[in-house]
Design a protein around this ligand. Sequence first.
Ligand code: GDP
Ligand code: IMO
Ligand code: MG
Length: 463
Amino acid sequence: MRTNTIHPSSTLRLTSKRRNSIILEFLKEWIRQMNLIVIGTQWGDEGKGKIVDLLSEGADYVVRYQGGHNAGHTIVIGEKKIVLHLIPTGLLQPGKAGVIGNGVVIDPKALLEEIAVLSSEGISVTGRLFISEAAHLIMPYHQRIDLESEKTKGPRKIGTTGRGIGPAYADKMARTGIRVCDLYDPDLFREKLKTNLIEVNLILEQVYHAAGFDVEKIFQEYLTYAEKIKPYITDTARLLNTAIDNGKHLLFEGAQGTHLDVDHGTYPFVTSSNSAAGGACTGTGVGPTRMNEVLGVAKAYTTRVGSGPFPSELKGEMEETLRKKGSEFGATTGRPRRCGWFDVLQVRHTVRINHMTSLAVTKLDVLDGFPEISICVGYQVNGQILDEMPTDLKSLEQATPVLKHFSGWSESTNGVTSYEKLPHNARIYLEALSQLVGCRIDIVSTSSKRGETIVLRTPFPTH
Ligand code: GDP
Ligand code: IMO
Ligand code: MG
């Protein structure tokens, strides 16, 4: 049992021998505890799936804390490619447990489909998947409102994944959301659904001129899902805290990226949850003092799916080449990703607000063969040079990048597993990134495959 009551300050009245032994106990406890948060540092799709899969080997529990099936995390094992949306990536490692925390929004239909896909790949989640009874549900009307509201926005549309994420979180905050536990109280569930649909149908029919929904139809459909997901439902906050008490290691798997975070991102072109590290606490019920490290995953360049400002975005042939070499097409929607140079201002902001302890740089191999590689080190806005990302949308939209140029490398880095074997110019590039954003690099990924990674320091112990 972790002893929260023992604190060095309470040892002042004790003998020095007893005091030392208490401090030693405290430190031992601290060292034994190893909980890591993995986040995206840009606008998502940084390669979190690959890194989480790799690090899951050292974890007992892999925990999703926010977002929903808008996420698309790709893992390549041998010749097999698996894209996970809602299921924690750790479940691909045998014997590991996966937890969907209270901060996630769950579309039960999508969840069951994903479980079925995994099962067809020979991966069983039975006894290893745990879902919070406090998580909010995505209802069919959330998805319809998401799609219809995008249509009305015209050129200011967010470019959502159309999964109903925003409307589900809006209901959560408006206190009209339906939680997983409500499914097991049918009278209450029907009542909530009935009340919600009065307003929802009015909006759908009269504002969007779209079809409304029938209470009984959704009620019956969701009761069927309730039965099927029942074995996974539990009090996950209790489960996770007990696991830490028992010396288990937790890995928190962020979805999206910090610049899609509803508080810290390029608002309103963001998702509707806290994808930054702070979300790992509120989205699971594990307190901040139980977290040890924050690893940020960054692509060696930048991509973005959907609308919104992107100061270092490339246009034309160069963007096409990056997109083609990096296979930059959305893992969830298949949309082409917008591509640009690495943005120091963006990632430095991420390092700061997550107090990141290290970086994993992915897709270095995609930059192979470019005679010159650039990074964005400043923004020019209205004749002024900024060295910090502005908060207001207008400045961000007007920003043009101030670029620093690096000589490229002609050698292939694809599949390289040792830092010394990287071309000289690739190392200069990585070292510059690390220095400019102010964060140590622990991991460099050189291919989409599980083993093809350079690990300079493991931020997570292997068992
Ligand atoms: P996530 O959402 O952050 O998990 O990232 P996605 O899976 O959406 O997109 C990352 C893509 O890059 C996937 O197709 C990965 O298989 C691939 N990938 C990850 N790391 C590397 C790498 O180091 N090199 C290359 N070439 N591809 C990578
Ligand atoms: P992973 O976890 C990249 C983007 C959408 C849109 C905005 C809002 O794979 O990194 P939403 O459907 O969430 O309301 O859409 O956020 N977006 C992502 N972009 N990767 C993701 O997840 C994303 N999840 C949402 O494209 O711009
Ligand atoms: Mg993705």
